[in-house]
Design a protein around this ligand. Sequence first.
Ligand SMILES: Nc1nc2c(ncn2[C@@H]2O[C@H](COP(=O)(O)OP(=O)(O)OP(=O)(O)O)[C@@H](O)[C@H]2O)c(=O)[nH]1
Ligand SMILES: [Mg+2]
Ligand SMILES: [Zn+2]
Length: 305
Amino acid sequence: MAGRAHDDAEGLIVRIDRGWSTVRIGDEEVRTMNVGADVAVGDVVVLDAGRERVASVRPRRTAIVRRASGEGHRALRDVVAANVDVVFVVQASDLPPNPRRTERELALALDSGAEVVLVANKCDLVGPAEREEVRRSLEESACGTPVLVASAATGEGMDAVRAACAGRTVALVGASGAGKSTMVNALVGDDVQRTGEVRTGDGRGRHTTVAAELVPMPGGGWLLDTPGLRAVALWLGAGGIERAFADVFALADGCRFRDCAHADEPGCAVRGAVERGDLDAARVASMRQLVREEQELEEAVRSAR
Ligand SMILES: Nc1nc2c(ncn2[C@@H]2O[C@H](COP(=O)(O)OP(=O)(O)OP(=O)(O)O)[C@@H](O)[C@H]2O)c(=O)[nH]1
Ligand SMILES: [Mg+2]
Ligand SMILES: [Zn+2]
């Protein structure tokens, strides 16, 4: 039966290398060409009869999408991962806190539609007081998103990280060197992903992971390792900014003007909170910057049509 054969060729994209997808069908892996198909790791695809090409892509439940750092001002989207249930935003505990970067990563992760957890890795490299400082700093940017402090190297705090996976599909995102691949290896219990030393001096990674990859977890679920994010540029929002800055948006309800930009409008409740010392001015500036980028992107997308 023709319909039956079609069902059999449905698979999961576990890796993409320059126009070729590795598709897992049951326990088997086949390499197919993606020509003409807009696919990402995590996509469920239907292959053509010869299993050579992706014929169609199933609708995505969730997608981590960013603005591609392409040439010039062309507005291009880049789907980092599809159909993940949870996004771990991974950071290194031994680097100075970077709330602006955390806010961007959080908004990007929330925009995906998946659940989000902030993970401070490498807690073994800092003392107890610094650990609390790392947690506090992340919680300040988290806007209610759970924060876990752990070490993929020593296993400390990893029970909570494992519990947050709960047999689902989990994508790990964050800067190069944060320890995403090391964390995948710790969760799988085997060195399945290559890891790389960070640079001495600034602790930055060397972009060891070059392609997103889905790795099965023993006992169920998948881990989706991703290459380190360089600049974190958002794609058109799906409420990520509103959720990452829920505190600022709640205050904005009290502004006199509904379209208040919290710049110099009279009766601005957001600036009022900053002046009272209840809200960090840099956090507001960060939110306004993200909203501005989104508006510019909207215009770029519209004019490209
Ligand atoms: N001390 C310590 N080192 C860690 C921990 N996790 C990772 N590392 C080290 O940090 C370095 C970078 O780890 P990776 O796992 O390659 O980092 P990554 O986030 O995958 O980096 P990219 O693939 O470049 O994006 C390696 O030298 C790891 O051994 C940890 O919990 N504690
Ligand atoms: Mg890696
Ligand atoms: Zn205002």
